[in-house]
Design a protein around this ligand. Structure first.
Ligand SMILES: Cc1cc2nc3c(=O)[nH]c(=O)nc-3n(C[C@H](O)[C@H](O)[C@H](O)COP(=O)(O)OP(=O)(O)OC[C@H]3O[C@@H](n4cnc5c(N)ncnc54)[C@H](O)[C@@H]3O)c2cc1C
Length: 418
């Protein structure tokens, strides 16, 4: 099988790159082993949330002043990175994913424990909180599904009360949840979300109880377990609950994250892309500094050939890079990796300190091409969490780097073939 571009990895970065290329009429395939970081997503996309431990208010004006020269944003060019970021809400809008927020000013998202963190874009389900130390409501009603252990109402209430919002905590129940609860390991976010899919009656019955429990609160706080396949369940619930709803992300799997992954995949396929889910690239065939084709687990000897290839295999979490006892490697191509050589330099012994290994990843040249032994592989581009020289946790930059580098790589490939 031959394509214009083959992307290895179908997480946020691979899908963004694939969609951006397919929107320009390119014939693309994405090969993806399985779940991605989106399955664990908070529901918000970070671009640049912190610098030296301080919250960043205005990423667009701050970026050029604070980002090191070897950071992926700096290597794209900070003006260019910001210009790409400005196009992202519309990019998601075209596939029906509404996001709120702006690169001009960060807002705050609420974590599963009820703490505020600065972020760039939030899925429409979630509230865009303007101030770190103030919620827009004086009193809220926090409501859980009876027996659901992955939503920590007491932590949320404690943290909300610390910033001046009074909380009441209650739970609601229906016979459907009783059945799910007969096996406690089944009481997980995605299984609950499945009960709501196509069952508007259940959603409205829950809304009736939620409305009764809410009393004189100004908003209802609920676990983000609605809308797995699309946002229909969220819309039905919002219409049936009489107060504004503040969804809180729960422990993984992330229902809004999985919905985003499924929606992006649908968009890619609607544009003519081929998405090979559950398949893994096992070997790459190179000649004269170029990748010719890839072998995968499922296709056996039927190699996948293309003009261009994109490595979007994620970081340690997705095995895009791997730590061996004495070195960190990129397992597929043996591409050059930026990592400390001495294992003692991989970690900071203060667990809350900045961990050097978070910056490890694949090295690239100025065109985001991977290198092997310092020599560029001219048609192998790198995007997303597999890249080196940024720290998604300390900077709160994960999704931003993934999306912006993917779009940048799509631009490079498009221009090269014009
Ligand atoms: C648990 C977790 C939660 C996060 N939550 C957030 C958040 O809420 N907000 C935020 O801004 N950032 C978050 N991040 C940062 C995150 O890294 C980025 O947001 C982004 O989702 C990473 O996307 P990616 O496509 O680069 O990598 P990944 O999402 O890791 O995807 C890589 C994909 O490549 C596939 N793959 C790997 N090797 C192969 C192979 N050989 N063949 C085929 N496929 C392969 C994997 O199966 C995987 O599907 C989170 C990161 C983690 C680890």
């Amino acid at each position: 099988m031959r394509f214009d571009t083959i992307i290895i990895g179908g997480g946020l970065s691979g899908l963004t790159c694939g969609i951006a290329l397919a929107e320009r009429g390119k014939r693309c395939a994405i090969v993806s082993t399985g779940q991605s970081a989106l399955h664990f997503c908070s529901g918000s996309f970070d671009f640049l949330g912190y610098v030296n431990g301080f919250d960043v208010e205005t990423p667009a004006t701050t970026l050029a002043k604070v980002i090191p020269a070897d950071h992926p944003y700096a290597r794209i060019g900070t003006d260019r990175a910001i210009a790409i970021a400005r196009t992202v809400p519309e990019f998601f809008g075209r596939m029906g994913v509404k996001v709120n927020g702006s690169i001009e000013r960060n807002h705050y998202r609420i974590t599963p424990l009820g703490i505020m963190k600065p972020t760039w874009l939030s899925l429409d389900d979630f509230n865009v909180i303007a101030e770190k130390s103030k919620l827009p409501w004086k009193k809220v009603s926090i409501q859980n599904i009876a027996g659901f252990l992955d939503f920590h109402t007491a932590f949320v209430a404690d943290n909300f009360e610390c910033i001046g919002t009074l909380c009441t905590v209650s739970a609601f129940n229906t016979p459907e949840f009783e059945r799910l609860r007969t096996n406690p390991s089944e009481m997980r976010s995605t299984n609950i979300a499945r009960l709501f899919e196509g069952n508007d009656d259940l959603i409205r019955r829950c809304a009736d109880v939620i409305n009764r429990n809410a009393g004189d609160a100004e908003a209802v706080v609920l676990p983000a377990v609605f809308g797995l396949l699309d946002s229909h369940a969220v819309e039905v619930l919002k219409a049936a609950v009489r107060l504004p709803i503040c969804f809180i992300p729960v422990l993984p799997p992330s229902v809004p994250g999985i919905r985003t992954q499924l929606t992006m995949r649908r968009r890619f396929e609607e544009l003519g892309g081929t998405y090979l889910l559950g398949d893994s690239v096992t070997a790459a065939h190179l000649e004269d500094g170029k990748v010719l084709s890839l072998s995968t687990t499922n296709l056996g000897n039927d190699a996948l050939a293309a003009d261009n290839f994109v490595l979007a295999t994620g970081s340690f979490f997705s095995h895009g890079i791997e730590a061996h006892p004495d070195k960190v490697v990129e397992p597929l191509f043996g591409a050059d990796v930026n990592a400390a050589t001495d294992r003692d330099d991989w970690y900071c012994h203060d667990v809350f300190g900045e961990q050097p290994y978070m910056n490890f990843g694949v090295a690239t040249d100025g065109d985001f091409s991977a290198t092997i032994g310092g020599k560029a592989i001219s048609n192998l581009y790198v995007a997303g969490a597999v890249l080196s020289k940024f720290n998604p946790i300390k900077e709160a930059s994960g999704a931003g780097v993934s999306i912006v580098t993917a779009m940048h790589v799509a631009d490079i490939i498009t221009k090269k073939n014009e």
